[in-house]
Each structure stands twice: as structure tokens, then as C-alpha cells.
Write a protein that binds this ligand. Structure first.
Ligand SMILES: Nc1ncnc2c1ncn2[C@@H]1O[C@H](COP(=O)(O)OP(=O)(O)OP(=O)(O)O)[C@@H](O)[C@H]1O
Length: 381
């Protein structure tokens, strides 16, 4: 799939725009703080209905504006689609072919996008919340049920936490209501955890392949799910996961009341990356961490292809200068010139000529975007 046209108004510092993209490679060139990341974020938001860098949608509305509007035309093998999403101070609304979607989970998935940014280098050693966010963003866009259970889980978890606080402050005493909330939280949690295991199993295969290709080494990358309820295993079905969670909730009831917050579940689970069976969190070098992060992103492209039959679009935010020639070449091999790619950079020389033989180049300055007429190698398009 690819994005042929993109329109926006009111998004961060970007001037209203109506751009036509190349089906292969598009490069956005500009100095720091001109709007390159904002443009990639806008394209990502059009696809996923969430930002990769903030969970506060309001932040993305341009200063002094009431709403931001993003629209694009997507070409797939069998059909073309018009997508539109509007972010206002009250929330967001989304349209597919001018039909408003009742739920965002019905909208997400029409345009798949993988974004790779310098912050992804933190995936291995950074906070667990980054790895949970990674799963939620990637698995949510390939499975509407995942999105549905994730949002249900978030709401139920908040209700349960609020109720635990009321119990702790003795503003409530109904243990039966706590039991009902616990049961509901465990149901949504089990569906979410079960799907995380499922997609990680597929992701693992592709990630190991990508790691070998990029590093040129024989080290074996494995990604493991680390549930906060340690009894849960990859072989469990949702019903078993739910029962194990309920058993653990019963065991830690006093502790939860004391702390007035839910101690177990997908919001506390984590991922562990292993190289040849050793925990990468503890020993991986900068280079190995970078290769793990890139392998994960590339494996998502494969996973999306496997599940949807279509190539997602790839957004590379200022990462080319972080990748040496070999890693850039491995990246090139993986995308085979088939994946529509958007690259931001402050310096065209940081991009291997091979990757971008004849890209479409856009200059970004103070949120204004203009297309450059010549390709990287000076030839006119
Ligand atoms: N809601 C908003 N309204 C208007 N401007 C905003 C908003 N949010 C961020 N900005 C502005 O956008 C600019 C940053 O743009 P962006 O993050 O895209 O930079 P960049 O070109 O990617 O730079 P770098 O190379 O440093 O990452 C800043 O000047 C910031 O003040």
C-alpha cells in the first residue's frame, strides 16, 4: 500500500498543505525544529489515530487553533481509500471514504505504518512503558480486537484503581463491587495478554531473521513476554490466563488495598530481549541495541505483510545518521524498493545513495514544505 496524497491543516507548526508523494522514497530535508518530525507524526496519526510521542492529542493542535485535520489517499492492491481524521479539543473523529466511523478501532488498520525514530533506540534498555507502548501501537493496528480490548482494559483498570482508592480511604466498603471490577479487569487483561503472546510468536521469527541479516552475525535474537503474573505462560488460553490472574489477585488482595492500585496485569507486563539466551537489557552494546530496535521494526513490516497481504508504509525519523552503511544496506534489502518510505534528515549526505536512488525531496522550513526539483544525485526528475 502507499499514500499518494496528503492534506493537513492545523497540525502543530505545519502550514496547511496538500502534497503528492512518491510511491517509493520521499525525503524531508530541513534544519532542526522546522517541522520534519511533526510531518511524520501527522502521517503516522492519519494511519494509527495516535501519536508515537504523546498520548495527549491536544498537544498536536497548532497553537491558537481549535482543531487539526489530516486527510490522505491510500492505494492498495485491490482498492483505493480516502482517510480523514480530525483532532479537536473534545476528541477525535475519523472517516473512511467520507463515512464517519463509529469507533476508532474500525478506522485503524486501513493504512498501516511503521515508524522508526531515535527514541526507539531506548526500546531495549529504556523504561518498560516504552515496550508496552510498542506492543500496543504495533499489535493494535493489525488487530481491531486488540485495540478494543486495550481500550476496554484501560477504562476498567482506571475504575478499579479509583475504587481501590475509595476503599483505602474508607469512602467505600463494598467488596462485592471490587470483585465485579476484578473479574472484568481480568477478562479484558486475559484477551490482551493472549494476543500479545500470539503476535510476539510471529514477530520473533521475523525479528531473528532481520537481526542476523543486519548484524551479519550468528547471534540469535529472541523476544520474550514477561507477565507480571509469573504463572502465565505462552501456552495458556484466555480462560486460563484469566483464572491465573484471579488467583493472584486473591493472594495479593491486602497488598492492593494498602497500595490502592492494581498490581498485576498487562499495564505491568514487560518484554525481554535476549541475544543467544542472554538478557540484552543487562549487557547489549549501543550497536547491538540499535540493531535489535531496527530488527523489531523490520519484523513488523513482515508481520503486517503476513497478516494483511499489504506492505505498510515506513517512516524513518532522523535515523539514517544513526545507521552505518551496512545497516542502511540491510534496511534497503529488507524493503526491496517495495515499501513506501518517508525519511527525514538534516543532511542528505547521511543517506546512502543506494537507498534513495531517485527520491522525491521536500524542503521543510518553519513548517512550510516545498518540493525540490532535483534528485539526490543531481539528476532532474
Ligand atoms: N501544537 C503546536 N503548534 C505550533 N507549533 C508547534 C506545536 N507543537 C510543536 N510545535 C513546534 O514545532 C517545532 C518542532 O518541530 P519538529 O519536532 O517537527 O522539528 P524537526 O524538524 O523534526 O527538528 P529536529 O531535527 O530537531 O528533530 C518547534 O518549533 C515547536 O515549537
Amino acid at each position: 500500500m502507499y499514500l499518494s496524497r496528503f492534506k493537513q491543516s492545523g497540525f502543530r507548526n505545519l502550514a496547511p498543505l496538500n502534497l503528492e508523494f512518491d510511491p517509493h522514497v520521499n525525503v524531508f530535508l530541513g534544519e532542526n525544529a522546522q517541522g520534519k518530525t511533526n510531518l511524520l507524526e501527522a502521517i503516522y496519526f492519519l494511519a494509527i489515530s495516535r501519536s508515537h510521542r504523546t498520548s495527549n492529542d491536544r498537544e498536536m493542535i497548532a497553537f491558537g487553533q481549535d482543531f487539526a485535520s489530516l486527510a490522505g489517499r491510500v492505494h492498495k492492491r485491490q482498492l483505493d481509500l480516502d482517510l480523514r481524521i480530525v483532532i479537536s479539543k473534545k476528541g477525535k473523529s475519523a472517516w473512511v471514504n467520507r463515512v464517519e466511523q463509529a469507533r476508532l478501532s474500525k478506522y485503524v488498520g486501513h493504512l498501516n505504518a511503521i515508524l522508526f525514530s531515535p527514541e526507539d533506540m531506548e526500546l531495549v534498555k529504556g523504561a518498560p512503558s516504552l515496550r508496552r507502548r510498542f506492543m500496543d501501537l504495533e499489535f493494535g493496528q493489525i488487530n481491531p480486537e486488540y485495540l478494543y480490548f486495550a481500550s476496554q482494559y484501560r477504562q476498567l483498570l482506571q475504575q478499579r484503581n479509583n475504587y481501590l482508592k475509595q476503599l483505602a480511604r474508607r469512602q467505600a466498603s463494598d467488596q462485592v463491587l471490587l470483585g465485579v471490577l476484578t473479574e472484568q479487569v481480568a477478562t479484558a487483561a486475559s484477551e490482551l495478554i493472549w494476543r500479545r503472546y500470539r503476535y510476539l510468536a510471529d514477530l520473533n521469527r521475523y525479528a531473528a531473521e532481520a537481526y542476523r541479516a543486519i548484524s551479519g552475525q550468528r547471534e540469535e535474537l529472541r523476544v520474550l513476554y514477561r507477565p507480571s503474573a509469573k504463572e502465565i505462560t505462552a501456552a495458556d488460553q484466555p480462560a486460563q490466563i484469566k483464572q491465573k490472574l484471579l488467583d493472584r489477585f486473591a493472594e495479593i488482595a491486602d497488598d492492593e488495598l494498602r497500595r490502592a492500585t492494581t498490581q498485576l496485569g498487562p499495564h505491568r507486563d514487560d518484554l525481554e530481549f535476549q541475544l543467544d539466551g542472554k538478557n540484552a537489557h543487562l549487557f547489549a552494546s549501543q550497536g547491538q541495541q540499535r540493531t535489535i530496535a531496527l530488527s523489531l521494526k523490520l519484523s513488523e513490516i513482515q508481520l503486517i505483510k503476513q497478516l494483511t497481504g499489504e506492505e505498510p508504509i515506513l517512516l524513518l525519523d532522523d535515523v539514517m545518521s544513526e545507521l552505518d552503511q551496512n545497516r542502511q544496506a540491510a534496511l534497503l534489502n529488507f524493503i526491496h524498493g517495495q515499501t513506501q518510505t518517508f525519511i527525514t534528515t538534516t543532511d542528505l549526505d547521511s543517506i546512502s545513495q543506494e537507498i534513495v536512488k531517485q527520491p522525491r525531496i521536500f524542503y521543510i522550513h518553519s513548517g512550510q514544505i516545498i518540493e525540490k526539483e532535483e534528485g539526490l544525485n543531481g539528476r532532474r526528475r
